[in-house]
Design a protein around this ligand. Structure first.
Ligand code: 13P
Ligand code: SF4
Length: 352
């Protein structure tokens, strides 16, 4: 492919973020009887409040189980948005990170959108503050602005299109075919990957996911020496060196589908380990192996589990339902602008 790609020198590095282990250590612990009582109370509240739980694959197993048992949904960021938009419940409880709650509100202003915590950020969102991003776009008025869903409502409001990892490549391909020159933000790794597989002319924002950046290609290579029959499944937020050793690159849902259909017994998975709950359900006969996040003896900070996703707990979910706290609000002027680019994402996805 003949992509023309440039990475912006502007950077807002996200260095001051919680360690996942610290987040998990501070979550309340329950014995099985307490846990059952807690789950029963949440189920009753969901029903009483006409609420449905929409969870991302990276959230805790007990939250995913609760979504399964209550007619809710577990998926990637695109399908979370689609499901919330189509479901008749008047309250959406979004377990994930803030941009997922905001996307739900952008699409469904008439619905109440609650989240177990409003502290669940995303390094891609944090690394792309609206003011500097808008200035950057204004400096390149000839470029169509495509932003990853992992951004704030204000950033989506400046964008022409929103995309998730499941549609990023075909959307950019489509826009490039129409002659657009493109700004892609904020994930430079996903952007570089798109540049490798399309002919697009891309100017990339310089952001990254702190979880996927920790995967190490050399350590994946060592694992492959141990399991020579294994296939390597990689989320495209990972660095180029890790994508190079991948057999399948895709969104979380696409990786789960691949786990099911690939003939390989062993699968090395380079994405947040929260995905193993649904992946193992989809592929019960496969052996799932975590891709390493460091060399031998090295330390990791997220250790293949997003610290912000880890903040979603059953206790906070119940607290939110009882108090109505942690409701997502998006300024109406911003929302209407962000709806345009977000609705285009859904419209384009519907054509695939
Ligand atoms: P997906 O849309 O593939 O679920 O990705 C969301 C995300 O935040 C991955 O880190
Ligand atoms: Fe953001 Fe990375 Fe966490 Fe996904 S895993 S929510 S991209 S910080």
């Amino acid at each position: 492919m003949n992509a023309k790609v440039e990475i912006s020198p502007i950077r807002f590095p996200v260095t001051d973020y919680p360690r996942t282990d610290d987040v998990l250590t501070h979550l309340p612990r329950h014995d099985p009887a307490e846990q059952r009582a807690l789950v029963a109370e949440i189920k009753a509240e969901l029903e009483r409040q006409d609420a449905v739980l929409v969870a991302h694959y990276y959230t805790a197993r007990e939250i995913q189980q609760l979504a399964e048992e209550t007619g809710g949904y577990i998926s990637d960021s695109l399908d979370m948005a689609r499901f919330g938009h189509e479901h008749p419940a008047s309250t959406l409880v979004v377990a994930g990170v803030r941009f997922m709650g905001e996307t739900a509100k952008i699409l469904n202003p008439e619905k109440r959108v609650l989240m177990p915590t409003l502290e669940a950020e995303c390094s891609l969102d944090l690394g792309c503050p609206a003011g500097p991003f808008i200035d950057f776009c204004d400096q390149h008025p000839d470029r169509t602005v495509v932003v990853y869903a992992n951004t704030s409502a204000e950033v989506k409001a400046r964008a022409d299109y929103v995309a998730t990892s499941s549609i990023a490549v075909p959307l950019i391909e489509h826009l490039a075919d129409e002659g657009h020159r493109i700004i892609w933000a904020p994930d430079k790794h996903l952007g570089s990957y798109i540049a490798r597989v399309t002919d697009a002319d891309l100017l990339l924002w310089n952001g990254a996911c702190i979880v996927h950046e920790e995967f190490k290609s050399r350590a994946v290579g060592n694992l492959l020496a141990q399991y020579p029959d294994a296939a390597v499944l990689v989320h495209p937020e990972s660095p180029a060196s890790v994508l190079e050793v991948a057999d399948v690159i895709g969104s979380t849902t696409q990786l789960i589908k691949a786990a099911k259909t690939l003939p390989n017994k062993h699968l090395i998975v380079a994405t947040d380990k929260g995905i193993f709950y649904k992946m193992q359900q989809a592929a019960p006969d496969k052996v799932l192996i975590e891709a390493p996040t460091g060399g031998v003896g090295a330390t990791c900070r997220s250790c293949a589990h997003c610290p912000w996703m880890a903040m979603n707990s059953l206790d906070q979910l119940l607290e939110t339902l009882k108090t109505g706290r942690n409701e997502i609000h998006v300024d109406e002027v911003v929302r209407v602008k962000a709806l345009r680019s977000t609705q285009r994402m859904l419209n384009f996805a519907a054509t695939l």
